[in-house]
Design a protein around this ligand. Structure first.
Ligand code: BTN
Length: 253
């Protein structure tokens, strides 16, 4: 994957810059938009992404793919794995993926991914992959901490420059996205390893209902399989899964 890098000082959102260049017909597969600061950084589910100047990596990658497009789950998982690979390459061996693609360390979020498409054309699939990686923050605003635990490479004792973090992320993205759709079984196996949830007791929220059981299989095509307390299996299409969390402490077996 050839990367063309576009660096900005302040932007609203690097993903907006990427969509703007797509709309203008100027975007190439592999374009990377990086800003030192975002004034309207977006997170998943309509949240905002805290984007203080010079402390986080705020970057968006343009994907222009051959048809047919990968499924939403394939792309979400592949990009999440790339973020996980990058965080580990930057020294955080304890990093885990939290459904669908947050990178967390001991429950605190260090990296978030937002995959977007606008008016997806099945003959000319285009996506913008936005990634926010907390690198050098030593503190976060109280309102953010009130929502969820967050951390940074610096707080975890792993100093890295924003350039080092960007290069780690881009090489991980190239490795995970180059073979897309690639071997879906490898993707699912790596994803399960990254979550650390193989065989664990979990809570799954799918289509607004919560389900409990042991996670015995995850397949991109077949979905997520839970073994319930009565021995019955439940299968969930990945696109329907909104939450996948371990139940702690594990109930008595
Ligand atoms: C999440 O909610 O976990 C996803 C966060 C994605 C944030 C990144 S920062 C770079 C890119 N530009 C944005 O506006 N959002 C993404």
């Amino acid at each position: 994957m050839e990367f063309r890098r576009f660096h900005y000082d302040v932007v609203d959102s690097t993903s907006e810059r990427a969509f703007e260049s797509l709309a203008a017909g100027q975007a190439h597969h592999g374009d990377v938009h990086v800003a030192r600061e975002q004034t309207a950084g977006r997170g998943r589910l309509g949240r905002r992404w805290h984007s203080a100047p010079g402390t986080g990596l705020y970057t968006s990658l343009v994907l222009v793919l051959p048809p047919p497009p990968p499924t939403g789950a394939t792309l979400t998982i592949a990009v999440g794995l790339a973020a996980w690979d990058a965080v580990r390459a930057l020294g955080i061996a304890a990093a885990r993926l939290k459904w669908p693609n947050d990178v967390v360390v001991d429950g605190a979020k260090v990296c978030g991914v937002l995959v977007e498409s606008r008016g997806l054309d099945l003959q000319h699939p285009q996506f913008v992959v936005g990634i926010g990686l907390n690198v050098a923050q030593h503190e976060f605003p109280a309102e953010l901490l009130a929502e969820r635990p967050v951390t940074s490479l610096a707080l975890l004792g792993h100093a890295a420059t924003l350039d080092e973090a960007l290069e780690a992320l881009l090489s991980a993205l190239a490795r995970r996205l180059e073979p897309l759709p690639g071997d879906l079984d490898v993707l699912a196996r790596d994803f399960l390893e990254a979550t650390g949830l193989r065989g664990a007791s979990v809570r799954v929220v799918a289509e607004d209902a919560a389900h409990f059981g042991r996670l015995i299989e995850l397949s991109i095509e077949r979905g997520l399989v839970l073994l319930g307390p009565s021995g019955a299996r439940q299968v969930f299409v990945l696109e329907h899964v909104r939450e996948l969390t371990p139940i702690t402490p594990e109930p008595m077996r």
